[in-house]
Design a protein around this ligand. Structure first.
Ligand SMILES: Nc1nc2c(c(=O)[nH]1)N[C@H]1C(S)=C(S)[C@@H](COP(=O)(O)OP(=O)(O)OC[C@H]3O[C@@H](n4cnc5c(=O)[nH]c(N)nc54)[C@H](O)[C@@H]3O)O[C@H]1N2
Ligand SMILES: Nc1nc2c(c(=O)[nH]1)N[C@H]1C(S)=C(S)[C@@H](COP(=O)(O)OP(=O)(O)OC[C@H]3O[C@@H](n4cnc5c(=O)[nH]c(N)nc54)[C@H](O)[C@@H]3O)O[C@H]1N2
Ligand code: SF4
Ligand SMILES: [Mo]
Length: 871
């Protein structure tokens, strides 16, 4: 039977259908009925079927490095946590959770820590992601409530895309916006981003502002509108703080904004006029706004503008924070952030009392706990002695990565619930608990537009994996809280959560799904996607909020917040002349635990890299394709340079994804400083002061093998899975032949070798098949046809073709080149050839090669190739 479910990746929250196949497999396809995607999927969603295998999965619990049964593992967690609490009190323990948990899991974790252990110390990776957006909404509306919905993408006249590369990070929402503009060409798109991203390819206007200066741009717009008479005086009685906000914005005249943001006045004015002339304007914002030491103020600068101009609460209007993870929003609802309680309640005495009565617990935490960055600092100082990490990989994703690793290494008790056996974080755990993965577990998630959807089970769990909610409640029971954690089904947790949302609410809290508090298990299982609130007033949910102007502050009025735009803490200086930006790439998800398994997703960008402007490259003696070492006050990485004018001079970009499982020297968060926003606690992951220099090595190469290799740190390496073969890009010092000899193989393998002073190629044959292939060149990376070499592992070439293989080339035929379209595996060289042969448009390429015809994420790159090689 087909089961509808929700994508486990981004906050767009697309629906999928999973249909069991006669051969025992599962066919996945887009759900044509899901309101978030209506039949569309992006590359990552479309490749989900390739991630369902058990490769790399954590299959059984482990305690102190040894396999354990569940009973022993759960007892160990409960006993050790309880012992630490007895000795040092409840604040000596902490949970660090994730926007990738399901709402039911998240609710259980929050209830255990804040309701029964009695500490506020549960925080989440959403701190690195949405915390500023939460502060922005709460300050403005008195509630963490996104006013908008995806239909606004279709109904707006102006989409302002600020600090978001939605073409890659929220592809299906982006495609909806583009489709809407195609239907109504008067719709305009303005992208605000220091880099020229894939999203800019479709923009009517790109404002490449100086990093970190968005607040001034928006404050300037507010001031300019006010001067033009563009604000709506009818709204003013409903607003608090307007006068002070306008007074603060008055400094931001056009010339002042132009100077601060380093933009041309004409471009700024073009943007401001578009806003003034559009009755319906929508601002979509994401990490380029949130990940900042003044992220909260940037969010409020955006919200101020929409409130004062009345572009909110109507179709096509509003400040729309795009959530990152599939259930970042659910985490905000249950109280996954250390500075809130549950169901959007804060730590006021009244709310603490309310929760005491609802949970029947005398131990409810009375004050906020430690936010993520501060939490790991407290672990490092030994103040927090135990941490339970669930569904996140902090050794990779938190700033000041080296210190985070040290903190975990020195911590008395590190418990990790994960689906992957080997991550940078699981490697540091004392107790490992195998969680059920997407497709194996059942629960709900909430997407960017407040829409609650079901993730449904359609697979048998791997090994002994258990649902996260079950693991948490088992530990809670063993810690002595049996009756409060006696759930037998996730639907029971959902009902409790829904009931709490309505408990003594009386319209005071925006988050209210009390209309779902009495669903039966069966109704919960059949739940169709619905946008909260779901209550007596809105039994079918509600698409847009704040249409009436009423907010959740005690006086019911929305608040404008006076903003003083500030530059990032990181400032370029003599020692650190460049500003490092970090973020996402199209085909990878975070720390690559899932997408890194899929070779077609790895082929889009197979190595960690750094984008650098040609002027900076010349200044620091770098060329396209060379390896460079980037250093900050915190640490360093080694990545490959890509020269591109999409970067502005003075700024670098390195992806956030790579970590020690994929490259031994490319975890970019080892560079990022732990500076945070004073209101949100969110780190400034987008701006770090760094320097760059060429990475000295004698040779570069690639080694391909049937088994993953243990390469150590004597060389720089970067791993790329290629089906049954694993490839590693390499850079080393000394003689390549010595390195390979030390690595290599079996006595009975026979080696074929080609060597000149410049290159060393070696193929190892055993049992009639290719076992290992090594290509090294002095200085630069060898030019090798990797797909051809990979193919030779399964189809040993005829002896007369082995010389071509030794040369690293395919014997005949044209190789496809770097994968551009991941959906259909279409490569750069195939596309170039088709263009040469007359395909002059994206549509023509799609007809010929199918590229770009599924999810559309590669269309920006197809356009670039077309522009580069006119037919
Ligand atoms: N493919 C893919 N998609 C994802 C994810 C993924 O890992 N991979 N992760 C999901 C998650 S959790 C999240 S949070 C979202 C993130 O989605 P996005 O926020 O769209 O992605 P990022 O690449 O982190 O950053 C967005 C842009 O902010 C820009 N930026 C940097 N500094 C500034 C600045 O000062 N001002 C402005 N205006 N822009 C700036 C960067 O150049 C970058 O292009 O993506 C979600 N979707
Ligand atoms: N420099 C820099 N750093 C960043 C960012 C940036 O832009 N720049 N972005 C930040 C942002 S926005 C985010 S959201 C974070 C993301 O960073 P992380 O949350 O650290 O990244 P993930 O790889 O998503 O980690 C998820 C982990 O949970 C496991 N997992 C998957 N499903 C389940 C499950 O059902 N149960 C359990 N228990 N485990 C599961 C996976 O195997 C994986 O180990 O990174 C942040 N760090
Ligand atoms: S846009 Fe892609 S990654 Fe995001 S939910 Fe949809 S299919 Fe999944
Ligand atoms: Mo995120």
């Amino acid at each position: 039977m087909t089961r509808c479910t929700t994508c486990p990746y981004c906050g767009v929250g697309c629906g999928l259908q999973a249909t069991p196949q006669p051969d025992g497999g599962v066919a996945l396809s887009a759900d044509t009925h899901h309101p978030a995607n209506r039949g569309r999927l992006c590359v990552k969603g479309a490749a989900l079927g390739d991630t369902l295998g058990h490769e790399g999965r954590l299959l059984s619990p482990q305690v102190d490095g040894a396999p354990a049964d569940w009973g022993f593992a759960l007892d160990s967690v409960a006993d050790r946590l309880s012992a630490i609490i007895r000795r040092h009190g409840p604040h000596a323990v902490a949970f660090y959770a994730s926007g990738q948990l399901l709402t039911e899991d998240y609710y259980a974790a929050n209830k255990l820590m804040k309701g029964f252990i009695g500490s506020g110390n549960i925080d989440t990776n959403s701190r690195l992601c949405m915390a500023s957006a939460v502060v922005g909404y709460k300050r403005a509306f008195g509630a963490d409530a996104v006013p908008c919905c995806y239909e606004d993408l279709e109904q707006t006249q102006l989409a302002i895309v600020a600090g978001s590369n939605a073409a890659w990070a929220h592809p299906v929402a982006w495609q909806r916006l583009l489709a809407a503009r195609q239907a109504r060409p008067a719709t305009k798109i303005v992208v605000i981003d220091p880099r020229r991203t894939a999203s800019c390819d479709d923009a009517d206007l790109h404002l490449p502002l100086r990093p970190g200066t968005d607040a001034a741009l928006f404050a300037g717009l507010l001031h300019w509108l006010h001067q033009q008479g563009g604000l709506d005086p009818r709204l003013w009685p409903q607003l608090n703080g307007l006068e002070a906000t306008l007074a603060a914005a008055a400094a931001w005249t056009l010339p002042a904004v132009a100077q601060f943001c380093r933009l041309a006045e004409a471009d700024i004015l073009a943007f401001y006029r578009l806003f003034a002339d559009s009755d319906r304007a929508l601002t979509l914002y994401c990490m380029g706004i949130n990940q900042s030491t003044s992220g909260s103020d940037k969010c409020n600068a955006i919200i101020n503008l929409h409130l004062a101009s009345g572009k909110i609460g109507r179709p096509g209007c509003g400040p729309f924070s795009l959530t990152g993870q599939p259930n970042a929003m659910g985490g905000r609802e249950v109280g996954g952030l250390a500075n809130q309680l549950a169901c959007h309640m804060d730590f006021s005495e009244e709310n603490v009392d309310r929760l005491r009565r609802f949970w029947h617990s005398e131990r409810v935490a009375t004050e906020p706990g430690l936010k993520a960055v501060a939490l790991f600092e407290a672990i490092a100082r030994g103040e927090v002695k135990a941490v339970w990490i669930m569904g996140t990989n902090p050794a990779v994703s938190l700033p000041d990565g080296l210190r985070v690793r040290q903190a975990l290494t020195g911590c008395e008790l590190v418990v990790v619930s994960d689906v992957s056996a080997k991550t940078d974080t699981t490697e540091l755990a004392h107790i490992l608990l195998p969680a059920q993965a997407w497709g194996e577990k059942d629960g709900t998630v909430t997407n960017s537009e407040r829409r609650i959807s079901r993730q449904r089970r359609f697979l048998t769990p791997a090994g002994e994996a258990r649902p996260d909610w079950w693991i948490i409640s088992q530990v809670a029971q063993r810690m002595g809280f049996a009756s409060a954690f006696a759930w037998h089904h996730p639907a029971a947790i959902f009902r409790e959560h829904a009931a709490l949302s309505g408990f003594e609410n009386q319209g005071r809290r925006a988050f209210d799904i009390s209309g779902l508090a009495t669903v039966t298990d069966d109704e919960w299982d059949r739940l169709t996607p619905v946008q909260w609130p779901v209550n007596a007033r809105h039994p079918q949910g509600q698409a847009r909020l704040f249409g009436s102007g009423r907010c959740y502050h005690p006086d019911g009025k929305a608040r404008l917040i006076p903003i003083q735009p500030r530059l990032p803490v990181a400032k370029p200086a003599a020692l650190w002349p460049l500003l490092l930006n970090t973020g996402r790439t199209r085909d990878q998800w975070h720390t690559m635990t899932r997408t890194g398994l899929v070779s077609r997703l790895m082929q889009h960008q197979s190595e960690p890299w750094c984008d650098i402007h040609p002027l900076d490259a010349a200044r620091f003696g770098l060329e396209d394709g060379c390896l460079a070492r980037i250093q900050s006050a915190q640490g360093w990485v080694v990545v490959r340079c890509r020269l591109t004018s999409s970067q502005q001079p003075g700024c670098l970009f390195v992806p956030m994804h790579w970590n020690r499982q994929f490259c031994n020297m490319a975890n970019v968060d080892q560079l990022v400083a732990p500076h945070t926003c004073p209101f949100a606690g969110q780190p400034e992951s987008k701006q770090t002061a760094v320097r760059i220099q060429r990475y000295d090595c004698d040779w570069q190469g690639v080694v391909l093998a049937r088994q993953p290799l243990t390469l150590g740190d004597a060389v720089w390496w970067s791993r790329m899975p290629y089906g049954a073969v694993t490839a590693y890009w390499l850079a080393g010092s000394g003689a390549a032949s010595d390195w390979f000899a030390a690595l290599a193989g079996h006595a009975h393998w026979r080696y074929q070798q080609a060597q000149t002073p410049e290159v060393l190629h070696r193929l190892g044959w055993g049992d009639g098949a290719l076992q290992i292939a090594f290509y090294a060149a002095r200085g630069a990376q060898p030019v090798i046809d990797i797909p051809a070499v990979v193919a030779a592992f399964s189809d040993a070439p005829a002896p007369e073709d082995r010389l071509a293989l030794l040369a690293g080339q395919q014997a005949s035929g044209e190789a496809a080149g770097r994968t551009i379209c991941s959906c259909y595996g279409v490569g750069e060289r195939q596309i170039a050839q088709a263009i040469d042969e007359g395909c002059g448009t994206v549509e023509a390429l799609g007809k010929r090669l199918r590229c770009g015809t599924n999810c559309g994420s590669c269309i920006p790159e197809l356009k670039q190739l077309l522009a580069r090689q006119p037919a």
